[in-house]
Design a protein around this ligand. Structure first.
Ligand code: SAM
Ligand code: SF4
Length: 472
């Protein structure tokens, strides 16, 4: 009998990847994804513990499920991911109608756990951590998906112990996957229609070092050889480990996109030291220069934490100054929050909520200026865009609709969103399919996207999905 699975993913790309694995694994028990929470027989919340706010979101979502469980007692509710790993059995006490808590290393065991709950109606906690990565057979068989882009985790955990960060405690020690397994998974994804892959790890530059596997640039080379894969991205690169080899990989590998996410966290050397980041602003700026020399036009994005304990006004000014010096293409900025086990939770001189809020706003306003400036600089340029589908604004419209205003969306190699119409005057052309690369002239820049006019689509030079992938 078919059953319905609803997954709420809270958090980063790694959680999104894990949710896909969860859905693929549970197919063996006849679970099929549903967008309707009311129809679900199993609800999984895949959680994030990186900031206090993400954790609060988890409990407020769980609170909303009480009524559903009352109406449908057979409903199974589970919590997975970082909050599950961190809190374990305590979540069962806090949420009496919860059936299951499973940690970041328990995804492979999930189908068996759910089977036991279905038959015995018991409550289960599995937060066991393992030192090595368990390769999941169902992942190697490929995902049942329609998307053009996919995330692939290449390593788990982290050994860096930045003083604000919970990752080493909830994701465990840094461990890299075998390159062959990664390449095989990407081949399967490409066979199912994926054209762009983003490799995930907390510090991709240390990929394989502990295990004596290949280097990260070598892994990029092996993946680049995958026929049918058009684009390759990765995140995250820790500035202390960003190697010359990786910087030069941007020149050598055609499929590698011109984008580097390089979190700085703070522009003050004093704060960076207290964060245990192991680089200075000078080293960071030098690496940015090298990247721009090796790959002119590369887009550089970053993460910033404001209000780290002891961050003075002078420290904060240095962060603003660094943003002005680098002129990032985009920034993720966060208010510092204490995390369980992370060293900074015990640090003195905490910054008030109000001050953190004001500093965050200043960073966001400043970055807005540079994001708009960078986007404006692209007006009139020609960009090669990998088409992902109809734009979010229109995704209820059938993608085969002949309405001339159907908006298509995709990304530049620098990871900027581009929207465009694909029509012959008053009727939409019907030869657009997601997964093509189209040359688009940028007509107008907005703060978070670009609007353009397609010039001509380049036919995809292979045919893996039959007629669908071919564009004349
Ligand atoms: N591994 C990546 C690195 O080293 O930059 C970052 C991974 S972390 C999942 C994503 C971002 O969350 C961090 O770069 C940091 O800016 C932010 N973050 C982590 N812990 C935080 C905390 N306690 N408070 C606020 N932001 C935090
Ligand atoms: Fe957290 Fe630092 Fe590891 Fe990134 S490198 S995951 S910020 S401990």
């Amino acid at each position: 009998m078919k059953k319905n699975l609803y997954i709420n993913t809270i958090g980063c790309q790694m959680n999104m990847y894990d949710s896909e694995q969860i859905a693929t694994g549970l197919k063996a028990l006849q679970y099929k994804m549903t967008p309707s929470i009311e129809k679900a027989d199993l609800i999984i919340v895949n959680t994030c513990a990186i900031r206090e706010k993400a954790e609060q979101k988890v409990f407020s979502f769980l609170g909303r499920l009480a009524g559903l469980k009352r109406k449908k007692p057979s409903l199974i509710i589970g919590v997975g991911g970082c909050v599950a790993q961190q809190e374990g059995a305590k979540i069962l006490e806090r949420v009496p109608y919860l059936d299951l808590v499973f940690g970041t290393n328990a995804i492979g065991r999930l189908p068996d756990i759910v089977k036991v709950i279905e038959s015995k109606r018991c409550r289960i906690v599995d937060v066991e951590m393992s030192e090595r990565i368990e390769e999941l057979d169902f992942v190697k068989q490929g995902h049942d998906r329609e998307k053009i882009t996919a995330f692939v985790t290449i390593m788990q955990g982290c050994d860096n112990y930045c003083t604000y960060c919970v990752v080493p405690y909830v994701r465990g020690r840094e461990t890299s996957r075998d390159p062959e397994n990664i390449v095989q998974e990407i081949r399967c994804l490409v066979e199912s229609g994926v054209r762009e892959v983003t490799l995930l790890g907390q510090n991709v530059n240390s990929y394989g070092k502990k295990e004596g596997l290949c280097t990260f640039p070598e892994l990029l080379r092996r993946i680049s050889d995958t026929d049918g894969l058009l684009r390759l991205r990765f995140t995250t690169s820790h500035p202390k480990d960003l190697s010359e080899d990786l910087i030069f990989a941007f020149q050598g590998f055609e499929k590698l996109c011109n984008h580097m996410h390089l979190p700085i966290q703070s522009g003050s050397n004093r704060v960076l030291k207290s964060m245990n980041r192991k680089y200075t602003r000078e080293i960071y700026l030098e690496k940015v220069d090298k990247l721009r020399q090796a790959c002119p036009g590369i887009s550089i994005t970053s993460d910033i934490i404001v209000g780290f304990p002891g961050e003075t006004k002078v420290d904060f000014e240095e962060t603003l100054d660094l943003i002005k010096t680098v002129e990032f293409d985009g920034l993720f900025a966060f208010k510092y929050s204490d995390r369980p086990n992370a060293a900074a939770a015990q640090f003195a001189n905490k910054i008030s909520e109000q001050e953190k809020k004001e500093r965050l706003q200043q960073v966001l306003d400043l970055q807005d200026h540079y994001t708009t400036k960078k986007n404006k600089g692209l007006e009139g340029s020609m960009q090669s865009v990998l088409v992902e589908g109809v734009s979010r604004k229109q995704n209820r419209m059938d993608k085969t609709s002949r309405h001339p205003d159907v908006q298509w969306t995709g990304r530049t190699t620098t990871n900027k969103i581009v929207n465009f119409n694909w029509s012959n005057g008053d009727i939409a052309r019907n030869d657009m399919v997601p997964g093509q690369i189209v040359n688009v002239r940028i007509l107008k820049a907005f703060s978070h996207s670009l609007w353009g006019e397609p010039v001509s689509p380049e036919p995809v030079p292979f045919d893996l999905r039959g007629d669908e992938s071919y564009v004349a």
